[in-house]
Design a protein around this ligand. Structure first.
Ligand SMILES: C[S@@+](CC[C@H](N)C(=O)[O-])C[C@H]1O[C@@H](n2cnc3c(N)ncnc32)[C@H](O)[C@@H]1O
Length: 370
């Protein structure tokens, strides 16, 4: 007698968690109401250009998301949070942005009863200047290097502590702490008291999270290569789920990633002693995800620690740093609708080198004037 294959098979378990292969709206239907502390996930984005794991178009996105939203709200505890990492998208054929991820956040709040606890921006300093047509060919937009991360909660008071995500002081703040700080009123009228000059050993982070997405040599990648699996093409870096797992849950709490991909959320939870469930629809990703758990946790922790220790702070130049007063050619009146001809591009690269030498001279002048 052959037994029927389970619809949503568990493909891997540890003492803390499991990878379930199936559609998360169905898998979540079997999860008890009010039992989950955190849902942290990166759903398939409503990209205009479809990816090979089957994104739906931006317009259909909200409808597609509704069954998941209903389950997310049901399974979360009142103290729980829903954290969604979601990138923006360009509208097809024009250099304008889709509103789908904003609409998603508004729908989750207005139709499903979530609260926007805080919006975060994940800046990927390693992001390439795309889409090339708007950014590097017509030069009418800048590079899109952030994802929005919506931190939503079931009640206005989700459990949370920013003490879990403190970071080193910036060099500027270190300087202030060392050289002293004079309490005074800011131009905004804010009274900055002496309290700001107290060295607390670490800084409260802003809602901008800087992490390059450059992982290429992890245990997971090696496992994929050795076993002939295609690595998941849209993995988020472990520091992203880790930030929210630390800030929003305690040891032993339950975390679910309903669009788990390579199951990085499970790997993070395993390290941080949280219970976890990773749900992924495609069997090949579920199988490859096992590679995250075959390496002893102590080895993983060491590699993670070493990588962190080697990281420096990222910085963004102040706007206008290279500005020398030379505006170059006039702005195109059609907003870039006409594609620049090759000669124009060549000419402009000559002007550019002219300009950069002018900029250098200008900057030298400036610094000697400082
Ligand atoms: C952006 S990826 C997530 C990547 C993941 N954060 C990582 O770092 O590996 C989204 C994943 O959701 C999966 N997915 C799409 N629809 C799903 C559904 N209904 N149930 C479960 N997984 C689904 C896709 O197969 C894809 O692997």
């Amino acid at each position: 007698m052959t037994t029927a294959k389970p619809k949503n098979p568990t493909t891997y378990t540890t003492t803390l968690g499991s990878i379930v292969c199936g559609d998360s709206s169905q898998v979540l239907a079997d999860v008890k109401a009010n039992t989950v502390d955190l849902i942290v996930t990166s759903p398939p984005f409503g990209l205009v250009r479809k990816k090979d794991y089957g994104n739906v178009d931006a317009d259909e996105y909200l409808e597609w998301f509704k069954p998941f939203a209903k389950q997310f709200h049901r399974v979360l505890k009142d103290s729980g949070s829903l954290v969604i990492d979601i990138g923006g998208a360009w509208n097809k054929g024009t250099p304008t942005r889709s509103l789908y991820h904003f609409k998603l956040m508004i729908m989750l709040c207005e139709e499903f009863g979530f609260h926007l606890a805080q919006e975060f921006y994940w800046w990927n300093p390693a992001k390439l200047p795309t889409p090339a047509e708007w950014v590097t060919v017509r030069r009418v937009r800048v590079k899109d290097a952030i994802n929005t991360v919506w931190w939503l909660s079931k009640s206005p008071w989700p459990k949370a502590s920013n003490r879990r995500v403190l970071q080193p002081y910036s060099p500027a703040m270190e300087g202030l702490l060392k050289n002293g700080y004079k309490a005074k009123k800011r131009p905004s009228g804010h009274d900055i008291s002496e309290k700001f000059s107290i060295n607390n050993g670490a800084a409260i982070p802003p809602n901008l999270i800087a992490i390059p997405n450059t992982e290429s040599n992890s245990f997971y990648m090696r496992y994929c290569e050795e076993n002939g699996y295609k690595p998941h093409p849209a993995r988020f870096p472990s520091e992203l789920p880790e930030y929210f797992v630390r800030m929003l849950t305690d040891s032993g709490d339950l975390v679910i990633d309903p669009f788990a991909g390579s199951c990085i959320t499970g790997e993070v939870c395993e390290r941080l002693n949280r219970k976890w469930k990773c749900i992924e629809m495609l069997p090949e990703y579920c199988q490859a995800a096992q590679g995250r758990f075959v390496t002893p946790a102590s080895q993983v922790s060491k590699v993670v620690k070493d990588a962190r220790n080697s990281k420096t702070q990222y910085s963004v130049s102040r706007p206008g740093t290279l500005w020398n007063g030379d505006e170059g050619p006039k702005l195109s009146k059609d907003g870039g609708q006409t594609r620049p001809k090759k000669e124009v591009e060549k000419k402009s690269s000559k002007t550019k080198s002219n300009r950069s030498s002018k900029s250098a001279a200008f900057l030298n002048q400036q610094s000697s004037a400082d």
